[in-house]
Design a protein around this ligand. Sequence first.
Ligand SMILES: Cc1cc2nc3c(=O)[nH]c(=O)nc-3n(C[C@H](O)[C@H](O)[C@H](O)COP(=O)(O)OP(=O)(O)OC[C@H]3O[C@@H](n4cnc5c(N)ncnc54)[C@H](O)[C@@H]3O)c2cc1C
Length: 380
Amino acid sequence: MRINVIGGGPAGLYFALLMRRSGVAREAVVYERNPPGATFGWGVVFSGRTLRNLREADEVSHRRITESFETWDNVDVLLRDSKISIRGNDFSGIARLKLLNILQERCAEVGVDLRFNTKVEGIDALARDCDLLVAADGVNSVVRERYAEDFRPVLTAGRNKYIWYGTRRLFHGLTLTFREAAGGVFAAHSYKFSEGLSTFIVECDEQTWRRAGLDRMSDAEARAYLGRVFAQDLAGEELLSNNSRWINFLLVKNERWSRGNVVLLGDALHTAHFSIGSGTKLAIEDSIALFRHFAAGEEVPAALAAFERERRPVVEEYQRAAHESRVWFERAAEHVLMEPLPFAYSLMTRSTRVDLESLRRRDPAFIAAYEEAASRAARD
Ligand SMILES: Cc1cc2nc3c(=O)[nH]c(=O)nc-3n(C[C@H](O)[C@H](O)[C@H](O)COP(=O)(O)OP(=O)(O)OC[C@H]3O[C@@H](n4cnc5c(N)ncnc54)[C@H](O)[C@@H]3O)c2cc1C
């Protein structure tokens, strides 16, 4: 097979790697508009289960990725002056750039033709020139736009504004911090992803954002303002920008996942709110699933149909959980009125994928304290 891939993010690189390494693709070309060292954002997280899938799919890149990992088992919830730690979770963080560099290197080793600094515009010609065209060109996919009549995308913007920063302050564990300012609530999602850096994503509702004047501030002013809002948490470390800008989360769904020999993959196909940290995982698991159908010898139309049948229910379940999680953060101003323990419990169970019993297994002490606080509140 000859495959063309548009987009050298996790989805495109991982798919090309598996197709070439196995010899299923005789030729695999990845077109990436940016140079190899460029990326947006800071770190990304993976769960333990995702890592097992990566090990089965390609042991070499799995080893290189896990060597660069920061791992933790605690979620720390900071509300007002209280900090509650919930143990027993299984996460790892890695710099997005490091992950891409590992996949780029591995692609080069197995003979993928990586063409950086190449922005694709002639999509029709590229589709004609191969057996399979993979559109792994991210949340604002031009391929999805070009064939919108076939894919029938449904795009919905979230209500909150958010921005993706980094910081040298090291947050050991996934740390969710809530601070009140400008008459509203600012939430920070932070975690260490390398020896010296943490991701620090800030979100708030649009009214709070405007009242704070963030709509009119320069990048430096916004970082200084949020540095003051989260002064206690950042302990003197500044927020770092990397083309960081305020956006609204964009939920992407598609009625059809492929047309002819063109298939959408990763964020081009679907997004899930960053508060459940699954975007990269879903992108890579898409690649593994699609590859397996080709490795089983299926022809292009059958493989694309089987890929959609297999992955659609999984993706829809993540999107449902991510939706619950997003809405929880959009209503943070109501939730912060709770006491810290019920607040932490509500936060941990927001997506409904985690319930009382699974939390009890992860961290019995947390659930004992939560139940004791609940029965005390019922008595009073
Ligand atoms: C604030 C924030 C936090 C996140 N946190 C996490 C997290 O903790 N964990 C997690 O798993 N995920 C996280 N994600 C999501 C994650 O970044 C994406 O889900 C993931 O990168 C999707 O991979 P992809 O390969 O589909 O797309 P992308 O990584 O977006 O890659 C698409 C690539 O296509 C290229 N491209 C686009 N158009 C063209 C063109 N015309 N020609 C050539 N190249 C093109 C782009 O340059 C880009 O390199 C987060 C996202 C955001 C916004």
